[in-house]
Design a protein around this ligand. Structure first.
Ligand code: FHN
Length: 414
């Protein structure tokens, strides 16, 4: 079972992923050809030569990038951590790197250390900052791996020594407290090499969490597949990285946005099963966050903040499966929370034998009528009657205080 041993991660439940790099300038299209894949992979899928692609750096001048506004957006959305792409597969460092001039300060007209701006904004708003770092794929370095291409002539060790390890050292030395390093696509990284990276992280910042995709089973928490939610509660620490539309990096033609309602339901489903939801935004080439993303996050944030007690520091449901047609359940010490997404007259929960102390609307504390009983099969149930006017609400959350803990309930430990 994966264990970060860090209370903040276990309690966080909701975080913001930011995919931003030179690919944002292309926005899914190169020389009139549109990619039908995730936009940050455009260099790979459209076979853009390194000498051509790297010219994008000369156009990178993100006048609309506002680190504080992004961190505030995350904060207002109730998110507890941010993970930023310090270097994605394209190989371009979004911070001032001394070991590669292919970075946002030395290779661009803007000369802005984007990561430093984010670090300062996170410190100001008391937000945990984690860094995505593509450890194995580097499409700019001649010895970095490139998925879907021939890697046979590469000297991966030379790339590790020349770029990956020194850059990790820089990131963990020059940007304050880093909450986690979000490794990705280990490809041919050996167990020894993964261990070497993990050791370096811990040597420089012992509290920095090593994410699931460092490879070779070494991460301190499990990262699911992209947008993949386990069907049942999953033990230990884990996280679902997920998109708001169908791309991570900005694509001007991708308008397949999930609604705020869908995102709220996904968040609660993931929390109910014990995971954190790491939800992505992809700023455009000017640094602007797509308006659709902002609007969705604001609406999601209204629910999350009004129902904080039913989301943060909750634990995976100990009793499953539930065949709930109206919503999902989360829980914490002596509490069960019913997140209701359908128009129903009452909330009925079976198989909970615990005695109820009270039931209430979480966002206002309004007391609600309830009763408990036993089904003919002998299982305990709870019924909470909902006032008629609740039928007008889009969604809401009912808190149920219990006399005793649910069977098999395990509280969060350090
Ligand atoms: O290849 C990347 C992709 O571009 C994106 O960064 C996602 C986020 O989880 N990770 C990889 C694919 O799983």
């Amino acid at each position: 079972m994966k264990d970060t041993k860090q209370k903040w991660f276990k309690e966080a439940k909701f975080g913001l992923f930011i995919h931003w790099g030179l690919y944002a300038l292309l926005a899914g299209e190169y020389k009139g050809v549109k990619t039908n894949q995730i936009a940050e992979w455009i260099m790979n899928y459209l076979d853009i030569p390194v000498e051509e692609y790297e010219k994008l750096a000369g156009q990178f001048d993100p006048v609309n990038f506002d680190a504080e506004a992004i961190v505030k957006l995350a904060k207002d959305c109730g998110m507890r951590y941010i993970v930023f792409t310090s270097k994605h597969h394209e190989g371009f460092a979004m911070y001032h790197s001394a070991c590669s001039p292919y970075n946002v300060v030395d290779a661009t007209p803007c000369k802005r250390d984007i990561l430093k701006e984010l670090q300062l904004a996170c410190e100001k708003y008391d937000m945990k900052l984690g860094l995505y770092y593509s450890q194995a794929q580097d499409w700019h370095d001649p010895d970095g791996y490139m998925a879907k291409k021939d890697n046979s002539g590469k000297n991966y060790r030379a790339y590790l020594d020349r770029k990956c390890m020194p850059q990790l050292r820089e990131l963990l030395t020059n940007y304050g407290e880093i909450a986690l390093i979000w490794f990705d696509t280990p490809m041919g990284t050996t167990p020894e090499e993964s261990m070497e990276m993990a050791k370096l992280v811990k040597e420089l910042q012992p509290n920095c969490i090593v994410s699931g995709r460092i490879g070779n089973g070494l991460g301190e928490y499990m990262t699911t597949g992209d947008n993949f939610i386990p069907r049942l509660p999953f033990e230990g620490d884990w996280e679902v990285p997920a998109t708001l539309n169908d791309t991570w990096g900005f694509n001007k033609d991708d308008h397949n946005w999930k609604s705020a309602e869908e995102i709220i339901q996904l968040l609660v489903k993931i929390n109910s099963r014990g995971g954190n939801y790491l939800l992505n935004i992809g700023p455009d080439g000017t640094g602007n966050v797509p308006e659709e993303s902002v609007q969705i996050l604001k609406k999601v944030g209204a629910y999350v903040r009004a129902n904080e007690e039913a989301i943060f520091a909750t634990k995976r449901m100990p009793v499953y499966p539930y065949d709930l047609t109206w919503g999902d359940l989360t829980c914490k010490e002596h509490h069960l929370y019913a997140h209701v997404f359908r128009k129903i007259p009452r909330v009925e929960i079976l198989n909970i034998n615990n005695q109820v102390k009270r039931a209430y609307l979480v966002e206002t504390g309004e007391e609600l009528a309830w009763k408990v009983g036993k089904s003919c099969e002998g299982d305990g149930y709870i019924v909470v009657e909902l006032p008629k006017e609740y039928l007008k609400k889009e969604y809401f959350c009912i808190g149920i205080e219990l006399e005793e803990e649910m069977p098999n309930f395990e509280p969060i430990k350090e």
